[in-house]
Design a protein around this ligand. Structure first.
Ligand code: ATP
Ligand code: MG
Length: 589
């Protein structure tokens, strides 16, 4: 490909809406172009990269015996109605009507369609095990499309599904996918971690995520020295033992004027009600936070969370607990409607479905029987002290919504947790029989008995991978592609206008192509200076840059490694041999 012909326009300036490096660089270097919020067009360079990602995924899926199919993106309502997801998917699903008024959707994920397809064609245990996959465009009307193709409303996903007669078969299919994913992400060339995931709205059991390690990733994960690793959404709090409370003092309400926040309350407690053993801390207080849940059917429900005052509600953790409901803020107008809520002084006295406010009340797992709390007295400027869980109040259950902090204990006792951020790149998931049951996917077993098939579901963010790779591999000048992903193997620059340079570069271009090397040749003449060509090459990010220029008088060209910046002069006669040796085996056919 010649730069003089390539459909590209590199930009000097960052797009105004770009918050993260991958978004900035992919737009500036001419890989993608925004068509609408969260919806992107792939330009020729971008499409080559996307195809490389797809190729890796396809090769590794084929290698575990999964077979490729392709479903439509435009799907009928009925199967999704049967499993409840037509509603449960909420506002994230793009729904539309055809001319006859029939309901359709743009597929956000395809469990239903795969289940029905297998039901249509297979009837016996002899047909199984089976794994099918597709690489396809998905549609989700994300609340916050962001960071370019990292979180789009239209995006490419590889989704596969396994079908087995028994749990042992599902376990094997799951492990095969897990190993395929390890090979895929190794080949993507980025740092990643495998973490326990929350099974969330999908229902089912074992589930792990592959996260690309990235400072500005949306997911937070934890790790312990003993090898525990989990998405923060999946972390469970070790539950302390109940405390005997027979000899504890009775609860007493006290005037605590102007203490609507935990800090002001703790200060006042230490001044007016000093403890003998130690000063009061935020963890002695029970903070009650109210949020508004929006259910998939559009109805709204207030929910109260009671948690130690030294922690906050982590919305992502809470959202994982209440899915498919979404979490919204509980605003002034909501407060105004419930007269028993005294803002800043809300306590368990009015919370809970049995109490005055009627608001469902869930407490943190640390709020066990016998623990003693300072909390709101439901009267302006008043708190209750020595309020004992299990004696003076109960909740409607517990929930995992509190923030996780570095140093918190791992649930399996493997040491203190450390927190880091990542981008979710893949998700493997033992679905079990949920979808097969709902849609009636059964086969005859060895004894001629009908059994429900057990399924796994496995996703890779294919378009997201393009961005995640850039997040992992770039510098201040531009992208640095890994060998298997790069749109071209060599970026050849004719640095200068004299005939000898142009002729030698043209000759090298032809020879490299003849040797099977994919070359992007900057043959631009006219006003394009060598400086501009170098800048574009660094921005575009092809791993090997070859410069035909000044060195020609000595019979050499310069080879630059985009990643290390190392430069080397190579004799003209050796350059083709040298570059073909450097290439990965897969690039030389
Ligand atoms: P997330 O928590 O990031 O929204 P998810 O849990 O909804 O992801 P899955 O439904 O498991 O994701 O989809 C499989 C894969 O598809 C994800 O691991 C991710 O890599 C990718 N993916 C999901 N949503 C998007 C999106 N909006 N844009 C790009 N890729 C996405
Ligand atoms: Mg999502």
């Amino acid at each position: 490909m010649r730069m003089s012909k390539l459909f590209v326009r590199t930009l000097r300036d960052d797009p105004a809406d770009a918050e993260v490096p991958s978004h900035r660089l992919l737009v500036r270097a001419g890989y993608v172009r925004r068509a609408a919020p969260g919806i992107y067009t792939w330009l020729p360079l971008g499409l080559r990269v996307l195809r490389n990602v797809e190729r890796i995924v396809r090769e590794e899926m084929d290698a575990i015996g999964a077979q490729e199919v392709e479903f439509p993106a435009l799907l009928p309502r009925e199967p999704y109605e049967t499993t409840g997801r037509w509603n449960a998917y909420g506002s994230n699903m793009f729904r539309l009507k055809d001319r006859k008024g029939g309901d359709y959707l743009l597929g956000p994920t395809h469990e239903e369609m795969f289940t029905l397809l297998v039901k249509d064609m297979y009837a016996s245990y002899k047909d199984l095990p089976l794994s099918l996959y597709q690489i396809q465009t998905k549609y989700r009307d994300e609340v916050r499309p962001r960071a370019g193709i990292l979180r789009g409303r239209e995006f490419v996903m590889k989704d596969s599904y396994s079908f087995d007669v028994d749990d042992a078969g599902l376990e094997r299919a799951y492990q095969a996918h897990r190993e395929a994913y390890i090979r895929i992400f190794d080949r993507f060339g980025f740092d990643y971690v495998i973490v326990a995931a929350d099974s969330g709205a999908m229902g089912g059991s074992a589930s792990e995520e592959f996260l690309a390690v990235a400072e500005n990733g949306e997911d937070t994960y934890v790790r312990s020295p003993g090898g525990y690793a989990a998405n923060v959404e999946a972390v469970t709090t070790p539950v302390p033992d109940p405390v005997p409370f027979e000899n504890l003092p009775a609860a007493h309400a006290e005037k605590t004027p102007a203490t609507p926040t935990i800090d002001t309350l703790v200060d006042l407690l230490n001044e007016a009600f000093p403890r003998e053993d130690r000063p009061w801390g935020a963890a002695d207080t029970l903070k009650n936070v109210i949020v508004m849940l929006r259910h998939p059917d559009g109805s709204r429900e207030p929910l109260a969370i009671g948690l130690p005052g030294d922690r906050d509600v982590d919305t992502k953790r809470l959202e994982a607990q209440v899915a498919p409901a979404e979490v919204e803020a509980f605003i002034e107008a909501d407060f105004a409607k419930i007269s028993t809520l005294v803002k800043g002084y809300i306590g368990p006295g009015v919370l809970g479905s049995e109490n005055a406010s009627g608001i469902r009340y869930l407490t943190d797992p640390r709020v066990v029987e016998g623990t003693r709390w300072v909390t709101g007295a439901d009267v302006d400027g008043s708190h209750v002290l020595d309020l004992v869980a299990g004696r003076d109040f109960t909740s409607d259950g517990t929930t995992e919504a509190a923030t996780i902090r570095p140093g918190d204990p791992a649930p399996d006792g493997s040491g203190p947790l450390e927190l880091a951020r990542g981008i979710e790149m893949g998700h493997i998931f033992q679905l079990g029989r949920k979808y097969a049951e709902a849609l009636g996917l059964k086969v005859l077993d060895e004894n001629g008995k009908l059994v429900t098939v057990t399924m796994g579901s496995y996703g890779v963010g294919v378009s997201r991978a393009v961005a995640a790779i850039v997040e992992n591999s770039h510098d201040e000048f531009g992208i640095v592609w890994p060998a298997e992903i790069t749109p071209y193997d060599v970026h050849l620059i004719a640095a200068g206008k004299d005939e000898a340079v142009v002729a030698e570069a043209e000759k090298l271009y032809a020879e490299l192509q003849a040797a099977g090397v994919d070359v992007l040749f900057d043959d631009r003449l006219g006003k394009v200076s060598p400086g501009v060509k170098f800048k574009d090459a660094e921005l575009i990010g092809v791993p090997t840059i070859v410069v035909v220029g000044k060195g020609l008088v000595d019979g050499v060209v310069e080879v630059k490694d985009r990643k290390t910046g190392d430069r080397e002069n190579i004799a003209l006669g050796q350059i083709v041999a040298r570059l073909t040796v450097r290439l990965p085996a897969s690039a030389v056919s």
